[in-house]
Design a protein around this ligand. Structure first.
Ligand code: EPZ
Length: 421
């Protein structure tokens, strides 16, 4: 099992290229199941989660070919021959549940394993099921699998979500493209990954309006055709690397960064005393002098502060001037990085969904353990600012969502290396 060793090495300088978004690619890939014609994704990220989704689609009979060093995914599900998404694949990655809507819409039936528990929260699928049943599907849970069928096809409906769930919106949106009549998803998720999915589906011939707002309208069509679609920039990878110079000083340009993807996050960086400006290649972030200031944060659905940047922001607040309060409103168990940061000398109190961080002068390097994807990278960032050596173990979590972290950070001057045990 790999670990990553980080030694604080002072200010960073240079450029970091930002990849395509994991959370967009993981919903774009199942969209291939909606059509017999090929779907090609460009600017795809090279991550273990993408490999897992390729494995799942292949198990259903789709062809997934990785080209150009993994940056292009050529997919075709002309010959789907299996409608069962197996537990052995689904348990590795919850986003596997995004094949449910497309398979139901295209084939009229689907059997998808429930993903089971997750480190950051219970993460049920009740809203996915609620929405698909509104479209006329019959769904039954049997032996840990969702058995869904719509023998006469799906029918458009008005679906009001009690919470703007990203995954439920994506499953319903994909299913609605082939449903008879009009579907309106009310209180839909507004994340950029949803807009990217809708843009791709429109390129395949779907009729969709309102993506990016809380009300999405879909006019069902009989069939979808093939398309080629560039995966949107990964705003979470972008936000993560924007923090690197905030931790240890310096100036870094994030190539491909877009301000519209990270506005609420940038507002908090400004409050903390971090400079962020747009360049013709992306975004430039600099921390010139002094400690960052303590800032309070509450995670919310987009366009609010993203929960996927909470761990990284908490790590930065560990050495801020003053006390900050972080409220996690999306997931019920997403502070597992806190005790690891405390091992590095941070002063953090956690009570339920609220963490209070009392800023300290410096962190000290220590052996720490990654517990989930975003927690793992928060420990690496903390290591950049710490005195001495930090060893982050269980970095398989990291590889699920970040490509070549050590390379990207060492190119801007960080002392970081991966070691295999
Ligand atoms: C997506 O997860 C992302 N994953 C997550 O990123 C991200 O944290 C999350 O959206 C929120 O932004 C992917 O896109 C693959 P939700 P998803 O449905 O779709 C509850 C990362 O680090 N809920 O919006 O699962 C749920 O339990 C990952 O890259 C229900 O109660 O998120 C959670 O508390 C982690 N019932 C909240 O809503 C449902 O049917 C948000 O979940 C669905 C969700």
């Amino acid at each position: 099992m790999d670990s990553i060793i980080v030694r604080g090495n002072g200010p960073l300088k240079g450029q970091i290229p930002i990849a395509g978004a994991k959370n967009a690619c993981l919903t774009l890939m199942p969209a291939t199941l909606l059509s017999e014609e090929p779907l090609t994704l460009t600017n795809a990220p090279r991550l273990s989660d993408i490999k897992t989704m390729s494995q799942l689609l292949s198990s259903l009979g789709a062809e997934v070919t990785s080209l150009q060093d993994g940056k292009v995914l050529a997919m075709s599900s002309h010959d789907i021959n299996n409608h069962v998404a197996d537990y052995d694949i689904v348990r590795k990655m919850r986003a596997s549940n995004l094949v449910l809507g497309p398979m139901l819409a295209r084939l009229g039936h689907a059997v998808v394993s429930l993903p089971g528990g997750c480190a950051i929260g219970a993460r049920p699928m009740d809203l996915h099921i609620f929405g698909l049943e509104k479209l006329g599907a019959e769904i039954e849970l049997k032996d840990g699998y969702l058995h869904a069928k719509a023998p006469n096809g799906l029918k458009g409906a008005v679906i009001e979500l009690s919470f703007a769930s990203v995954g439920a919106t994506e499953n319903i949106l994909m299913a609605a493209t082939l449903a008879k009549g009009t579907t309106v998803i009310k209180n839909a998720a507004r994340e950029p990954e949803i807009v990217d999915l809708a843009t791709c589906l429109r390129a395949m011939g779907a009729q969709i309006e309102g993506d990016g707002t809380s009300d999405i309208t879909v006019q069902g069509v009989d069939r979808l055709h093939g398309a080629t679609h560039p995966v949107v920039t990964d705003r979470i990878e972008l936000g993560t690397f924007m923090l690197a110079p905030a931790f240890c000083g310096g100036e870094v340009e994030l190539l491909g960064g877009r301000m519209d993807l990270v506005e609420s996050f940038v507002a908090k960086l400004h409050e903390a005393g971090i400079d962020v400006e747009e360049t013709d290649k992306g975004l430039k972030v600099a921390r010139k002098n002094g400690r960052v200031k303590a800032v309070d944060v509450t995670t919310e659905p987009f366009p609010g502060f993203p929960t996927d940047l909470q761990a990284q922001f908490m790590a930065m607040m560990c050495t801020a001037e003053g006390t900050s309060v972080l409220e996690e409103k999306i997931f019920e168990n997403r502070f597992m990085h806190a005790p690891e940061l405390v091992r590095m000398g941070a002063n953090i109190e956690v009570h339920g969904g609220t963490a209070t961080v009392h800023g300290v002068e410096t962190l000290k390097g220590a052996p720490v353990m990654a517990t989930d994807l975003r927690a793992s990278v928060s420990l690496i960032l903390a290591g950049l600012a710490a005195e001495g050596e930090t060893v982050v173990s269980r970095v398989y979590h990291l590889d699920r969502g970040y490509e070549r972290v050590e390379e990207k950070l060492s190119n801007v001057g960080a002392h970081i290396e991966r070691v295999s045990e």
